[in-house]
Design a binder for this molecule. Structure first.
Ligand code: PGA
Length: 240
């Protein structure tokens, strides 16, 4: 695991975009694993700029997202499908058939996850973008006594519901379950870029890199990945 600390969020985002941009230019058919949340917004903004101003071409890219709320469709403003369109996909030339996000409106969530797992296993990502939850989760692999190895229906922890309530009009609106990639699929990526910013994530970053590998801090498993870059801003790294 390699840790790079940047002075601020924008510099971190810019450098992450440089890595993703270089990947896309080197291999136009790259498979990108994408994340939602506040953290990657700066990265996506910069990728859109690279598309508009520096001819970065996403036409052959495949995008595979980490997760989706169970019960929310692409028209719901709180869904990750909506988020991805709003903050990236609607602004670049990615083909809609190359976009993959779990179907939040599925009537058989277990089957949906089984299918997503086979799909992800057959499509190892060239780069996987990750954020981290305050409780150390990655995707919706929440802290537990065992790692959530497989694609699964996750029951969201109160801390996660609280943290994500800002994307909804009221807390009651947030689905309590989500469809999530498992640890095995995340580790399947050739390169992982974990983005962490802000003082509120300092404990999570410390737990991820300094403690042992344990399912109570799911992100700590990234210590075992052979090519994981953690990009943090100064505020997030203040406890290291
Ligand atoms: P955030 O979410 O980027 O909105 O902080 C990260 C996460 O929960 O994985």
């Amino acid at each position: 695991m390699k840790l790079i600390v940047y002075p601020d969020y924008d510099t971190m985002s810019l450098n992450a975009a440089r890595l993703v941009g270089a990947q896309v230019r080197t291999k136009p058919k790259s498979i990108l694993g994408l994340a939602t949340g506040s953290t990657p917004k700066g990265l996506y903004r910069e990728l859109i700029r690279l598309y508009n101003e520096e001819d970065l071409d996403f036409s052959e890219i495949t995008a595979i997202n980490l997760d989706e709320y169970l019960g929310l469709g692409p028209d719901h403003q709180g869904s990750y499908s909506f988020f991805m369109k709003e903050f990236l996909f609607d602004h670049i030339n990615i083909k809609s058939e190359n976009i993959h996000i779990p179907d939040g409106l599925t009537i058989n969530a277990d089957q949906e996850m089984e299918n997503y797992e086979s799909f992800c296993d057959s499509m190892p990502r060239d780069i996987q973008i990750l954020g981290i939850g305050h409780n150390g989760h990655i995707a919706f692999c929440e802290p537990a006594d065992e790692f959530a190895k497989h694609c699964h229906v996750a029951k969201l922890k109160d801390q996660t519901l609280d943290a994500n309530s800002r994307f909804f009009t009221n807390k009651e609106e947030i689905p309590k379950q989500a469809l999530s990639m498992g640890i095995k699929q995340i580790l399947n990526a050739r390169k992982i870029i974990m983005l962490i910013n802000g003082e509120a994530k300092a404990e999570a970053l410390k737990g991820m890199v300094l403690g042992g590998v344990k399912p109570q801090i799911p992100a700590s498993i990234l210590q075992l990945h052979p090519n994981c870059i953690v990009m943090a801003d100064k505020a997030a790294a203040k406890l290291l």
